[in-house]
Design a protein around this ligand. Sequence first.
Ligand code: TAP
Length: 489
Amino acid sequence: MTVKEIFETMDYGPAPESAADALAWLVDQGDRFGHFIDGTFTTPGDGFDSKNPATGETLATLSQATQADVDAAVAAARKAQPKWAKLGGHGRAKHLYALARLLQKHSRLLAVLETLDNGKPIREARDIDIPLVQRHFYHHAGMAQLMADELPGREALGVCGQVIPWNFPLLMLAWKVAPALAMGNTVVLKPAEYTSLTALCFADICRKAGLPKGVVNIVTGDGAVGEMITTHAGIDKVAFTGSTSVGRHIRRATAGQGKGLTLELGGKSPYIVFDDADIDSAIEGLVDAIWFNQGQVCCAGSRLLVQEGIADQFHTKLKARMDKLRVGNPMDKCIDMGALADPVQLQTVTSMVDACDSGEVYRATGDLPANGCYYPPTLISGLSPADPLMQEEIFGPVLVTSTFRTQAEVVELANNTRYGLAATLWTENVNLALDIAPKLAAGVVWINGTNMFDAAAGFGGVRESGFGREGGWEGLSAYTKPIRKTKPL
Ligand code: TAP
């Protein structure tokens, strides 16, 4: 079923009144989508299909941007930027509040689109992704108002080129667009090829909210389009979220161009359970850490480190819990895990696990749908610390586990990776947690909880997980530079 047919028949129930405009727009596109440049949707050109990973059905056909499209998007953003910056924090806040409000009104539509396009459970899209998106715009509307007083002597960077991945399509857009706009920048954004639909719907929301033309431009296509944006001479700052390998490539490709750069990259985050932990809550936390969004989370707690004294008990309980996870149609509100985002991703995860020849692989025993990009919750034990599965990001519902005896040993094991995005500690002893946390090479450490995000708190990594922060003051200041003196000193 295409997007048009799904929304025409609304087999997910009637469209809410407030989403009617965006819905009409989606259906009007007739399943072919152009780019959003200078406040207008371009005529769809040659492109590629966007598919529902749970069914394999084509949802819509999107356009592959050409160099001319990217040039037009950058030119529109350059033209719009001085006026947008001149509006000042209070003027821009009005627009950001309007966007936040419309995103809120279209919540249900956006959640359905996200689930159809990405395969994540509707429960997660509805209760986590879309509310966090709104929160990000509300927060940055407030920060736009505050910033003139709190960040004196700073101004916008100019035009930002933003490239995002497919795991949280609209949320990653919000993390990029909201702070950039709040500080007076304009943007050219490319969503991931697999998951562009909510970005295009967001573009229509910008139009409806009366955002000035050229402030937000969205072009679709593959990595070649990302490359055109990141290396474009008219781009002042590149903000990238994605894999470490592409991040490394972008850093090389933009070296010497004088652009600002922030990179939010991959991870292999440790999930540490001490022997005094509340085991049941640590297991629930772990379900969230590694099976939320099918494990396709940059900060997924994908390396379990459990203290020897409780290891047997913990693994037995964990396997029993894994067997109870329901994997199935992501549009079903009762399922725990949906489909991986794309057949390519399914193939990557499958081949990484199939290559495991030294460890013991445990796959949850629950049923899997016969078709679609489904992979079972999986636990791998008995690997050496240097094993590729212990070191590389799998980016799927696969947890590797090992044990430790002492505090010194767990710090060493936790830091034994090239990444440094996040870490989780589970213990009843807060002094222990506060002692270990600063010893971990991680941008974020959660204690007795996991995957806690807040627009007001900077999020980002160290080592090969990238640099720069998104959210909080650090995230905002990454979109500004000192005001240039116009008169000689
Ligand atoms: P990538 O393959 O790196 O792709 C990310 C984005 O970059 C996509 O839009 C991609 O386009 C584009 N791209 C590909 N080649 C490019 C190039 N040469 N120049 C410019 N752009 C290019 O990552 P992914 O598979 O989409 O996402 C998964 C990765 O993102 C994981 O490693 C995950 O950990 C990371 N991630 C990190 C964070 C944070 S906050 N640290 C958050 C979410 C995800 P196409 O889609 O068309 O290939």
